[in-house]
Ligand binder design. Structure first.
Ligand SMILES: Nc1nc2c([nH]c(=O)n2[C@@H]2O[C@H](COP(=O)(O)OP(=O)(O)OP(=O)(O)O)[C@@H](O)[C@H]2O)c(=O)[nH]1
Length: 131
């Protein structure tokens, strides 16, 4: 029997600087895993990398913004048939830069009760319970 790898992923609840009850959802490119679905931005944690460091690095790569971690929102495991994920989620605030879409097809600021109008990756539903 083979054991499926548990992929370590860091994700961010980015607070809207102009409206603190809103946070950012980003749309994954169509040619990627979960293409076209909306996510909390982030990505894979590198070998030996601290999850908080990973989220700061990913948000610089994806949006060209500098962020500061406010706190940890949650950590949970989610199993897709093709991959199992260990998702580490952090609430962050932008300290400098304006969001540039370097890797996503779109991004929107939403409040919690607006999220249901977007096709959110099912792995992310747990995160909503903690926001
Ligand atoms: N970034 C991100 N990935 C998520 C979320 N939810 C979720 O299931 N994933 C999955 O976590 C995995 C890693 O995310 P990713 O593809 O963004 O990672 P990455 O930027 O490091 O990718 P790359 O190194 O292939 O360019 C993917 O399989 C992705 O579908 C989420 O909210 N944000």
């Amino acid at each position: 029997m083979t054991t499926k790898q548990l992929l370590q992923v860091a994700t961010a609840v980015i607070i809207n600087p102009d409206s603190p009850e809103e946070f950012l959802l980003a749309k994954r490119p169509l040619d990627r895993h979960l293409g076209g679905q909306w996510e909390f931005a982030g990505g894979k944690i590198e070998e030996g990398e601290d999850p908080e460091h990973a989220i700061v690095r990913e948000l610089k790569e994806e949006f060209d913004i500098e962020v500061e971690v406010i706190n940890k929102v949650c950590q949970h495991v989610y199993h897709y048939p093709e991959v199992s994920l260990d998702l580490h989620t952090f609430r962050v605030k932008i300290v400098s830069g304006d969001i540039k879409l370097l890797e996503h097809d779109a991004a929107v600021w939403v409040s919690k009760n607006e999220v249901e109008t977007y096709l959110l990756a099912s792995s992310n539903h747990e995160i909503l319970q903690h926001i």
